[in-house]
Ligand binder design. Structure first.
Ligand code: NCD
Length: 335
């Protein structure tokens, strides 16, 4: 079984996300969340999942709350997914246009946050390229304000890790029976790091990471995962494979691999997929580069659960929003 030392005690983000009673007030990282906490979030998300064609789940868990989306890096599905999740729970939602925000004029992020807080925005969802920013902001906001990390540099993307775990659990309920492969640009991927945190805590049998040498994370990261330089060897017998986009924006120009040779040596093709278990599923967080990290026919094929991941993303974000709001309300009632 993939095991690792819980390092939450030394992780500033893991500490910053809890209130003085130990409840989650923010969601910045999956590091330090217990198996029970992860399972409770997945169970609540599963409750919010609806079959295709059905009307989406709705309730009023966030009635009276104001959610602000602050995305300082590009996003399509994560931003829309948080917005729909908040709306379906009855919140008021504002999307800041970061290209024309005051940060461009030199305002600090904290001043932007204080401005939103003064307007009674109480749930702030943020994506940024700067490591440590969500934890820093969480330490400065008022006690009733929650920060949700929607992507922090190459480090963390907790709701993506949760939706990946949920999608894998829907395929096979018992994590202790599962071998999962994460393949591609692991070094620069916050998706891979959050998936590793979720899946190891949930007790997956084996977690494999496969990457060309230049895209492998430094030794010491991804504790407990088995490392592969050869994608074919890594694919053998897996229950689930997650392909990752090459994160060009986090590389120097000289580090960016040639797409055609990357596809030949590392792309998830149907021939390679035949090495996995016959019912293995294929995940991708999006946005996809077809015929680079994943063959187009695999992305659209019967083993692809990529659209299901998107559906699960809304449900997971509803579960996270409902949980942190419930935690803030519980603390208020105690005081
Ligand atoms: C990912 C991200 O932004 O980290 N996308 C996402 O949130 N669905 C992965 C990526 O950009 O490749």
């Amino acid at each position: 079984m993939a095991t690792r030392q819980a390092s939450a005690a030394n992780d500033p983000s893991a500490n910053a996300q809890r209130d003085s009673d130990g409840r989650l007030q923010h969601l910045i990282t999956l590091e330090g969340l217990s198996r029970d906490e992860l399972t409770a979030l997945l169970d609540l998300a599963q409750f919010y999942v609806r079959a295709p064609g059905d009307l989406p789940a709705r309730d009023q868990s966030l009635a009276g709350h104001t959610v602000a989306n602050l995305f300082f890096e590009p996003s399509t599905r994560t931003r829309v997914s948080f917005e729909l999740a908040a709306q379906r729970l009855g919140a008021e939602v504002v999307n800041l246009d970061m290209q024309s925000s005051s940060r461009v004029k030199g305002e600090t992020v904290l001043d932007t946050i204080y401005t939103l807080q003064a307007m009674h925005a109480d749930i702030l969802i943020m994506r940024d390229a700067e490591p440590g920013l969500p934890a820093m902001i969480a330490r400065h906001v008022a006690p009733h304000v929650c920060i949700l990390n929607a992507g922090e540099a190459h480090l963390s993307h907790p709701t993506q890790g949760l939706l990946d775990a949920l999608t894998i659990r829907q395929h096979r309920a018992d994590f202790s029976q599962l071998t999962v492969l994460i393949a591609g640009d692991i070094a620069h991927s916050r998706v891979a790091r959050s998936a590793w945190q979720a899946l190891t805590t949930l007790g997956v049998k084996e977690l494999r990471i496969a990457a060309p040498e230049d895209l492998m994370p430094p030794a010491g990261e991804f504790a407990g995962a088995t490392r592969y330089g050869d994608i074919d060897a890594a694919m053998r017998g897996v229950d689930a494979v997650m392909a990752l986009r090459i994160q060009r924006e986090r590389m120097l120009h000289s580090q960016i691999p040639d797409e055609a040779s990357y596809y030949r040596t590392f792309g998830i093709t149907s021939e390679r997929l035949n090495l996995a278990k016959p019912d293995a599923i294929v995940l991708h967080p999006g946005p996809m580069n077809r015929d680079v990290e994943i063959a187009s026919d695999v992305a659209d094929g019967r083993r692809s659960v990529i659209q299901r991941q998107v559906t699960n993303g809304v449900a997971v974000r509803m579960a996270v929003l409902a949980t942190i709001v419930r935690n803030v309300q519980a603390r208020r009632q105690l005081r």
